[in-house]
Design a binder for this molecule. Structure first.
Ligand code: SF4
Length: 312
């Protein structure tokens, strides 16, 4: 594999250095690499190949990390710790467990005594990391509007000091990733929550499910985001259109997807279990899927009961 990468890089450099436009759009490949079967690919294909190889390498490193971890049987538990240098959020999702915790049990604590609006905690920047995977800001959304750019930059500058640790970010406002994309170190994993492909579920549900940007906008941004380690969290899952949702995930091209139902009995508009299992099957064909809480929809037994009684 390393030999192939070296050869590809060398050839790519040659092509770039020559500065000539190949009239056929073809790049002839080193014999050592292709033997007698293929002799050329296009410049665009070569660039794509290079990107794929880079991504593949990053994923392999990540997988190695998972296997090395003591808890590799339960993938979500590879998160070795959470770090909350900034807490709070302005998205007001109805199902937010972090807000509930902050406003109830933790309401007298130093971090949450002023509520759940975004807040910086300077003392957290003394923190050092020694490998593993760190979930950054699970008690809020670091990229929600209301978090100043300088705070985000401070977080990124801090994680740069720890190249042997993976840092997992998760937001419902991924458009802000674009403002910092040149600053993130390669060990950052950039994720977005996309619970459904149906914007109307957000708009029509009463009260509105969240004030975060609509799922379709998150999908568009994540699709365009040029980053090797992207992931998608479909949690808490909301009802969806199977084919379109699978296509969204495919286009985003995440190396990892979490799928799970709501854990807090919010009676959200959930898909039936059989549909979710189909979704998991389909996306497992092209990416790694971590199953979290998977169960029948809260209203499934009621619907089944009604269907049965109307037939009888
Ligand atoms: S985006 Fe996350 S932290 Fe913010 S309100 Fe929604 S669930 Fe809570």
């Amino acid at each position: 594999m390393n030999d192939i990468i070296t050869l590809m890089k060398r050839r790519l450099k040659e092509v770039k250095r020559s500065g000539k436009k190949n009239p056929t759009g073809r790049i002839y490949l080193p014999k050592e690499l292709v033997g007698t079967y293929v002799s050329y690919i296009t410049y665009q294909e070569l660039q794509q190949l290079e990107r794929d190889i880079r991504r593949y390498r990053t994923i392999m490193n990540f997988m190695r990390h998972l296997l090395d971890s003591k808890n590799h049987t339960k993938m979500f538990s590879v998160i070795s710790e959470t770090w909350n240098p900034i807490t709070g959020c302005t998205h007001y999702c109805i199902y937010c467990w972090a807000r509930r915790l902050a406003l109830t049990k933790l309401k007298n604590s130093k971090k949450y005594k002023d509520g759940f609006l975004p807040k910086l905690h300077p003392e957290e920047f003394k923190k050092k990391f020694k490998g593993g995977m760190v979930f950054v800001t699970d008690m809020g959304d670091l990229f929600s509007n209301g978090v100043p750019d300088e705070w985000i930059i401070r977080v990124i500058e801090h994680i740069k000091k720890f190249p042997n640790t993976y840092f997992l970010f998760l937001t419902k406002n991924p458009i802000r990733y674009l403002d910092f994309i040149d600053r993130f170190p390669p060990n950052a994993i950039l994720g977005a929550t996309i619970e459904t492909n149906r914007d109307e579920l957000y708009l029509n549900h009463s009260p509105r499910i969240s004030l975060a940007p609509l799922p379709s906008l998150r999908y568009k941004v994540m699709k365009e985001l040029k980053w090797d380690m992207k992931f998608v969290s479909i949690e808490p899952i909301l009802d969806f259109d199977l084919e379109e949702f699978v296509e969204w995930i495919r286009e985003i091209n995440p190396f990892l997807v979490y799928v799970g139902y709501d854990n807090y009995n919010w009676k959200l508009p959930e898909p039936p279990l059989s549909k979710t299992l189909k979704l998991i099957r389909k996306i497992s064909e092209f990416t790694l899927v971590v199953k979290k809480t998977i169960r029948p929809a809260w209203n499934e037994s009621i619907i089944n009961y009604k269907n049965k009684s109307s037939k009888s």
